[in-house]
Design a protein. Structure first.
Ligand code: 5GP
Length: 114
């Protein structure tokens, strides 16, 4: 199977501003930031979207959330706050079919989202 866009970023075949990585996840700055800080954290495992995750991904999914909070802290967002977003499918606004969690912060974020 061919690599997803985010697998290529993780493999450094496509350049990105990587802010954190380990054996399970990679976090890098979004190319089209929607807030002063906009980072994506993705599992190295190419799960297509949260709706496709399986029971045996439970540990990895928890790991992604814990690391997202850690990366937000590293990015200086612990005091002011941040938002984690996972888009799923067409109406959810998903455009890249490799599970990713958006980490957004650096300005007040409106609710509800558009
Ligand atoms: P989605 O819309 O699927 O929830 O989020 C995909 C995100 O990936 C978008 O915010 C988009 O700006 C970002 N993105 C798409 N292509 C690239 C790329 O080549 N590099 C980086 N760093 N981000 C990308």
């Amino acid at each position: 199977m061919s690599k997803t866009l985010f697998e290529k970023i993780a493999a450094r075949e496509i350049p990105a501003s990587i802010v954190y990585e380990d054996d399970k996840v990679v976090a890098f700055r979004d190319i089209n930031p929607q807030a002063p800080t906009h980072i994506l954290i993705v599992p190295r495992k190419p799960i297509q979207r949260i709706g496709q995750a399986q029971a045996d991904d439970q540990q990895l999914l928890g790991y992604i959330l814990l690391k997202a909070a850690e990366v937000a802290k590293l990015a200086g967002l612990a005091e002011t706050g941040f938002r984690l977003v996972i888009n799923n499918g067409r109406d959810g606004g998903e455009t890249v079919p490799h599970l990713h969690c958006h980490i957004l912060g650096g300005r007040p974020l409106a609710w509800p989202p558009g």
